[in-house]
Design a protein around this ligand. Structure first.
Ligand code: 9MG
Length: 279
């Protein structure tokens, strides 16, 4: 396991869990309903997340929620490029959530430091788009397609199947020439998984992930939180922070969250319990 991650212009230590703040530049995201759809609103939101303690920002121009409509690459670029350009010197690495090679190339030219691909760099074109850069790559597991993935998720052994997919994906990236310190793996909570699958993956996170690559976990405000708490997306803070801590306790390296300030506070208290505080 590398002790750091190379994010383009940045090299971040993995000695404590990093917090990735979510910046949706979409009119239809499940969690904020498009509250930050204009570039100006997205940039202002990004700066507030940095103020709250975000270590990384994840900018997305296409909703990945179940059933979401696909967005053409040109529209996705039009949404995210002004935001990346305005945030280029904000002081933290900029991740872009996209699965389109054309968008990957465009955002890397504009200064993105990480590509977060929910399709796990499953196309040769997406690997070619990123291999020669020095950006970090988040390779996520998904069963099926966003439009239909929640209809019949099915596994014989969800822990083994997600583990094997992620290991094979990391090997494929390394064989293409990506160094180990650029690779992050993600079980893909909510992407083609039932509530029971999601909680099995979270409970067994160390077995799912193995010990070769850092792990990113995104559970913030998701339906797996609502399924247990009975709360709508806007009232899932407590459940989301509890799930983030459960992931950190099982070795997650990056937590992708909407509520940065509360997650940072929870991690600080958890670290004080685990490691003590200086008198
Ligand atoms: C874009 N996006 C939405 N949820 C996500 C998750 O759980 N992981 C990653 N890597 N990206 C996500």
């Amino acid at each position: 396991m590398p002790d750091h991650l190379q994010f383009g212009r940045f090299r971040l230590s993995l000695e404590r869990p990093l917090v990735m703040g979510i910046v949706n530049v979409t009119p239809d995201s499940f969690s904020d309903g498009g509250a930050h759809f204009t570039p100006q609103a997205a940039v202002a939101h990004a700066y507030s997340l940095i103020e709250d303690g975000a270590d990384i920002l994840d900018i997305g121009g296409e909703s990945t929620r179940p059933g979401a409509a696909a967005v053409p690459a040109a529209d996705e670029l039009q949404r995210v490029l002004p935001v990346i350009e305005a945030l280029r010197d904000c002081g933290v690495p900029l991740s872009v959530d996209t699965c389109k090679p054309e968008v990957m190339r465009g955002v890397l030219r504009s200064g993105a430091d990480m590509i977060n691909d929910i399709r796990g760099f499953d196309s040769e074109l997406s690997v070619q788009a990123v291999v020669a850069s020095d950006c970090a790559l988040c390779l996520m597991h998904m069963q099926g397609e966003p439009r239909t993935m929640q209809q019949h998720p099915s596994y014989d052994d969800v822990v083994r199947e997600v583990h094997d997919y992620l290991s094979a994906g990391a090997r494929r990236l390394q064989e293409a020439g990506v160094s180990a310190d650029r690779i992050v793996l993600d079980p893909g909570f909510g992407f083609g998984k039932s509530v029971a699958h999601n909680y099995t993956l979270l409970r067994e996170l160390t077995a799912v992930m193995g010990s070769d690559f850092p792990c990113l976990v995104g559970v913030s405000r998701k339906s797996m939180i609502g399924a247990v708490t009975g709360r709508p997306a806007g009232q899932r803070l407590g459940g989301s922070v509890a799930a983030a801590l459960a992931a950190a306790a099982r070795g997650a390296h990056i937590l992708r969250v909407h509520d940065v300030a509360d997650t940072v506070s929870a991690l600080q208290v958890w670290a004080a319990v685990e490691q003590g505080v200086r008198a």
